[in-house]
Design a protein around this ligand. Structure first.
Ligand code: S3P
Length: 181
């Protein structure tokens, strides 16, 4: 049950950068859900939203989580909206350790602006820009909070430091779950 770590958090919080480092340190595989969904669909997420609607994308996201929950020894970077569907949060909590990479609006904004490729591939969720981050993040804080076993403030941390901190938290979570009846 503990041989899976799900990384959750808003776009730009570092899931896809920290995930491979964490997986390498554990000797596990890394899975990035968004590129995998894009690869299978043969389209970017922006295209999926435009052609089939957000609900179609959310179904694909859910189906992929159902598939991934069976695979052991995986660090899984989830899309920023994945835990919003309560069932997805439950899958992650029941099948692994959920770590929330918590970044400030400022950090997210700076990183998203610097990442033109991802911007091309991701749809706007609420009008775009810094205001979108503020609005969507405010709505999601409780969702991330209740889905996560562990949260980490990543502002000012190097990805290696974030990966180390998550590994420590996972080790302590795993040893306490083993000793509980
Ligand atoms: C989304 C975040 C994106 C992607 C999709 C929807 C969201 O993932 O799944 O565009 O609702 O926050 P990243 O967090 O990997 O950018």
């Amino acid at each position: 049950m503990n041989e899976r770590i799900f990384l959750i958090g808003y776009r730009g919080c570092g899931k896809s950068t920290v995930g491979p480092i964490l997986a390498r340190n554990l000797g596990w595989d890394f899975v990035d859900m968004d590129p995998l969904i894009e690869q299978r669909a043969g389209k970017t997420i922006r295209q999926i939203f435009a052609e089939s609607g957000e609900s179609a994308f959310r179904r694909m996201e859910h189906d992929m989580l159902v598939e991934l929950r069976e695979l052991p020894r995986r660090v899984i970077a989830t899309g920023g909206g994945a835990p919003v569907r309560y069932e997805n949060s439950l899958i992650m909590r029941n099948r692994g350790f959920v770590a929330w990479l918590k970044a400030s609006v400022e950090t997210i904004w700076v990183r998203i602006q610097a990442d033109a490729t991802t911007t091309d591939r991701r749809p706007n969720l609420a009008g775009g820009g810094r205001k979108e981050i503020e609005d969507v993040l405010a709505k999601r804080l409780m969702v991330y909070e209740s889905a996560a076993h562990f949260s980490l403030d990543v502002d000012g941390l190097f990805p290696e430091q974030a990966a180390d901190r998550i590994l420590e938290a996972w080790l302590s979570f795993s040893s306490s779950s083993k000793s509980s009846p």
